[in-house]
Design a protein around this ligand. Structure first.
Ligand SMILES: [Zn+2]
Length: 239
């Protein structure tokens, strides 16, 4: 079978909604330029697609200003994100995939798996709240709690942190993070920031490691205070 790119219009819609939601977390409304960059499409084709999404009531679009998801668009985006994250969790927990390989697989299956299959996967997994990269899985009703954890790169030397979430998009980086043992739930001591935007030295599992800034930016962490038991339930202050 030929490789599928943007051939299927419903896949493209779903990818756009996810991308808009992703960018909205940084700033809203989202510019068509930012969207074109993220999706690797021409600005003209992005504008066309946005107009069609607006006609379907999935986004609000103001030319020269930007685009944001409507309530219906937000729900649809959360539905796809749920599918993606349940599939990732299933592939790792039940099929033994390594965590760097599940994202690409989930990018394909999120569009094509039936609702029944995804819900059965969720059930077999015991309805997990987080995916293997530490990202929250929206409920079937489209509810999700997203906490904005600081990046490891922002944490001062001397602090101890627990890894909460890791960006799942780059396989190479995920493989390297796995080598370092930087999974969600791992305790990390930040030892030193090398000067002039240099790497960050950390201690993980008793071993000293050096992390480039770009890598430290995709690792989201929660600060540990001395008395903390490592529970992830008390980070409301951060949001
Ligand atoms: Zn993913």
């Amino acid at each position: 079978m030929a490789t599928r790119q943007s051939g299927d219009p419903s896949h493209a819609v779903e990818d756009y909604l996810k991308a808009i939601r992703h960018l909205q977390r940084e700033s809203s409304p989202v510019s068509t330029t930012a969207l074109a960059q993220l999706l690797d499409r021409s600005p003209a084709s992005v504008t066309n697609m946005i107009k069609s999404l607006a006609e379907r009531g999935l986004v609000d679009y103001e030319p020269y200003h930007g685009v944001r998801l409507s309530e219906a668009g937000e729900l649809e985006a959360l539905r796809i994100i749920r599918r993606h994250r349940v599939i990732e969790a299933y592939l790792i927990e039940k099929l033994g995939y390594s965590w760097d390989r599940v994202h690409a697989e989930a990018e394909r299956l999120e569009h094509s798996a039936s609702d029944e299959l995804v819900e059965r996967m969720a059930e077999v997994l015991g309805h997990p709240e987080l995916d293997p990269h530490g990202s929250p899985i929206p409920t079937a009703k489209g509810e999700v709690t997203e906490l904005r954890h600081p990046a490891l790169s922002e944490v001062s030397a001397g602090a101890s942190v627990i890894v909460q979430e890791v960006s799942d998009a780059d396989e190479g980086r995920l493989r390297y993070l796995a080598e370092l043992g930087l999974y969600p739930g791992t305790l990390v001591e930040v030892m030193e920031h090398e000067p002039f935007e240099g790497p960050i030295r950390v201690r993980v599992g008793g071993r000293e490691r050096s992390l480039g800034r770009g890598l430290a930016e995709i690792v989201r962490v929660e600060l540990q205070d001395e008395a903390n038991d490592g529970g992830a339930s008390d980070d409301a202050a951060n949001n």
